[in-house]
Each structure stands twice: as C-alpha cells, then as structure tokens.
Design a protein around this ligand. Sequence first.
Ligand SMILES: [Mn+2]
Length: 429
Amino acid sequence: MNLPLSEGLIAEANARELYALEDEYAALGRKLSRTGIDIDAIKDRVASFSVAVPSWGAGRGGTRFAKFPISGEPTNIHEKLEDCAVVNQLCRATPRVSTHFPWDKVSDYKALREEAAELGLSFDAVNSNTFQDQPGQPYSYSSGSLSSTVEAVRQQAVEHNIECIEIGRQLGSRDLTVWVGDGTNFPGQQDLVRSLDRYLEAASQVYVALPDDWRMLLEHKMFEPAFYSTVVSDWGSSILAAQELGPQAKCLVDLGHHAPNVNIEQIVARLHRFGKLGGFHFNDSKYGDDDLDSGSINPHQLFLVFNELVEAELNPLGGFNPSYMIDQSHNVTDPIESMLSSAEAITQCYAKALLVDRSALHAAQEANDTMMAFQALRRAYTIDVAPILAKVRVEAGGAIDVLSVYRSSKWRDRKAQQRKAVGLGAGIV
Ligand SMILES: [Mn+2]
C-alpha cells in the first residue's frame, strides 16, 4: 500500500495529543461504566462503522449559479482517489469511494481497482447519470430519461444503467444507485400516471440486468431540477417502485430530498419495516436540497436518524445492510476538510445512538412514560463521544486531530503545484 500522507507526520502529531486523549477516554469510560456501558465494546462497534465518500465530493461543487474552484482541486478520477485516500488515511472511517458515470470513465477499470487498493480504498455503489447530456450522445434527456415519452431515449437510459453495472462489476461494486431528474415544471406538462408507468417499465429492464448479489437503490427527490413534479418524488413512490421491481430493488434516502420538516427518521423506520431500506445519503439542509455538510445545521436530526438505524441493526427483520454515503456539495470549503468534518459528525451520531439505553427506552415506551423515553435519547445525545472516535482513529493508524494534521501536511498546496487548474463554470447541482 502506498498511502498519500507521511505516516511519520501523523504519528508525531498523535504523540503530542496522546496523553490528553488517554486521560479523556479513561474519564469517559468511568462515566459510562456507572451506567453499565463498556466503553471498549462501544469503541469496537464504532471501529467497524464506515461511510463511503463520493468521487465527485472530492471536487468543489457549486450552485446553479456558479462554481468557485480552488487550486489543487482534483480534475480526474485518479486525483479524486488520491484525495479520498487522504480523507481515509486521516479518519479511517471512509474506506470506500462511490463512482459516478460517465464522470469517472477510464479505459481500464481493473487497473483503477488496483490503483484504489494501493491507496487503501475500494469501491462502493455505482451511480448512473441520465440527468444531463454528454457530448456525442444520440438522444437528449431534456424531456426525461427512464420516463421519457420517446422510446429511443428510454432505451439509451436503460443501456447507460446496464453499462454502469458492467463497470461496477469490474470495480467490485454491488449496488447501482439510480436517481433520475425526470419530472415536470408545469402542471399538465406530462401525464402523472403514464410517466411513472414508463419509468417502471424502463427501470425493470435495468433490474433484470442486475447480478444476483447486486441491489438497485432507488433515490427519490421531491424537486429540482423539475419544480412542479418529479417521477420518483417521495418515499411512497420509491417503495412502491421498489416493491414492483422486486427484492433486489431498495430505497435510498437522501437527507435533503424531502419536503421541509418531514420526519426523516420515521421514513427510515417505515422503509426498514418493509425490508426496503437500502441506502442513505448524508448531508444537511436548511431549506431544501442544500447539500450542506453533515451535522452542520441539524445534528440532532442526524442523531435521531441513527437512533432508527441502530434499532434496525438490532432488529434486522431478515436483513439490514444499508449502503451509507456522504453526498454533499462543497462550495466554500476545501472538500477534504468537509469530508473529514462530516465523517466525524456522522460517526459521532452513530456512537451516540449506540449509547442509548435501549432497555430503558423500550420499557418507557411500553409504559407510556413519555418523559423517560425522551430522556433515554437525551442522555445519549448529550454525551461527548469525541474521545471514543479519536481512540478508534489512532488505533487504526489515523490522526487524533484530523484537520490539524491535514493542514500541516500542506497537501492542497503541493497539489496546486502539480495539478492542472479547474476551469470556471456552472456548478453541479
Ligand atoms: Mn443523493
């Protein structure tokens, strides 16, 4: 393996922090043991948690209006993998990268898989793209893709998804995530029933191309780029589509793809109840699909989502193996720093959810003791789990203080000398 940052740099920085960390970890361990919790057992479960990062998250995103690139930003999948490897080397919680096609196209996927392995990475879900046109593409997706009224357009979108599966097989992926931008901007623009019929018929052609051990993850989104209606608009449409397609079709919940103030943790619980929760995209939101950094606006909601995910883990109902991924647009930060900070926020909420006294919670729920049920959650949420996460990182070879080590590595400055500049232009949404 050939990791991008100097191991000596990380070890030296850790050595300066280690005494304080051991002291804080021991104090937290004593506090938790008074309520019957073994901190080392929690630490082991946190160590086995991971979340994928998206290849596109390594670049500066943008809004519909503009993108402001930074020097040293990655310009191709090879450079993106390097940056993802920096994130994982420091935080040790993001060992998989989710690819997106055609953005990450290369001529040799076997070689790409080896290149990733050399950086300590493997590949997560493959994401298809039928929401924008590519140069030389025979048909436009301007009026939809899998739900288009034009058969040749639907066929082109089906073939692209099947090509993504083929690429994913070579990369070692086992999930195809399908989000379509299909929808309408005007009442009456399309028939709301027939457009869903066309989507289901085309999606079933993708479904039958799935290898037996693959899943098709359907990602719904309420609006944008279509602003009146979208074909797979909400978790209701998503679960109905997944049920119609078959057992390998599951629903993927993106935190930003709902109506404002929707109870997302309840959606998680519902989808799990019917065996259809396949994946989760982490980000945060103030107004809509803002794609802000995870936990930056509403960390309590993130905790409540993890509370349901941990319940699902403990009660798998015949199978629970969700694909977790960070899905954010880093418009004003160094993407590596945002992914480090987000991986920390996500893992913190997982750790806090593990600290919930489940028997006290369930007993209070059964007895209709509202306040004690709420307090079971509140007690766990208010515990500072930072020492557990830092201990997990340091034991896996990562950094205690990820951001400070990243900055002292001068990675971005060095890459600014080596990488070609990214052009200005519109952002990705
Ligand atoms: Mn998403």
